[in-house]
Ligand binder design. Structure first.
Ligand code: HEC
Length: 204
């Protein structure tokens, strides 16, 4: 009897482990596979909403010509709280960028654009001391499939390093966080330089 129970318990345990492997990742901390891929945080739409950009033209994808796209940014709530308190991001921060196709014809809409169910892309910016330089980008076209880190040489890193307002993140476009960064004095020298150059150019 005891042996049967042990067998049953063991198979239940194995089943549970298998389920855990295939279940979507609903964790608010970064989860990696043994070969260093990031498991996409499937529940990111329950996180804190930071902004929506529309047709922001740093997107190098020429196939977007003639189409409009929104991009939405979300961050895990634990990291958001730390940012509000300190003006910078803790280890374990995950920011998700989601691109959605825009439409203008639909339902009662007569003017302007709305977001559709057509997700064009998703990517994740993760802060974790396991990475050289602390931050890493991961793509994700196919939700659920763990993705490899985007190589350090990619243009993603240089643009974010050279122009982002706080710690390689584009806080200048996240209205609730920009004021926090200003008051905590955490704006990056690169961003302050960009701002000074723009102010100089418009004063001329
Ligand atoms: C030329 C500059 C530029 C390049 C290149 C670039 N980005 Fe960004 N990125 C931005 C801007 C601007 C935002 C803010 C978007 C908004 O306000 O909606 C942003 C936001 C993001 C965010 C949201 C979190 C954050 O860090 O602020 C992610 C994730 C992201 N980009 C991923 C990528 C990836 C992946 C690549 C490379 C494939 C990339 N970016 C290349 C300018 C850039």
């Amino acid at each position: 009897m005891i042996r049967y129970c042990a067998l049953l318990c063991l198979s239940a345990l194995l089943l549970a482990q298998n389920a855990a492997k295939t279940a979507p990742n609903n964790s608010n901390v970064p989860v990696y596979t043994s070969d260093g891929r990031l498991v996409f945080p499937a529940n990111y739409r329950e996180w804190i909403y930071l902004t929506t950009g529309m047709d922001m033209d740093y997107n190098p994808d020429p196939s977007m010509a003639g189409h409009s796209m929104f991009d939405n940014v979300f961050v895990n709530p634990e990291a958001y709280k730390v940012f509000v308190a300190t003006g910078t991001w803790p280890d374990g921060t995950m920011l998700v960028l989601e691109g959605r196709m825009a439409a203008n014809k639909g339902s009662i809409n007569k003017a302007g654009h709305f977001q559709t169910n057509d997700v064009m892309m998703r990517s994740v910016h993760v802060k974790d001391s396991r990475f050289d330089g602390k931050w890493a980008f991961f793509g994700s076209d196919d939700e659920g499939k763990p993705t490899k880190q985007i190589p350090k040489e990619a243009v993603c890193y240089s643009c974010h390093d050279q122009h982002a307002a706080v710690d390689t993140t584009f806080v200048q476009f996240y209205p609730t966080l920009l004021e926090v960064a200003k008051s905590k004095g955490t704006l990056s020298p690169a961003y302050l330089k960009d701002e000074a150059a723009t102010a100089g150019a418009s004063a001329k």
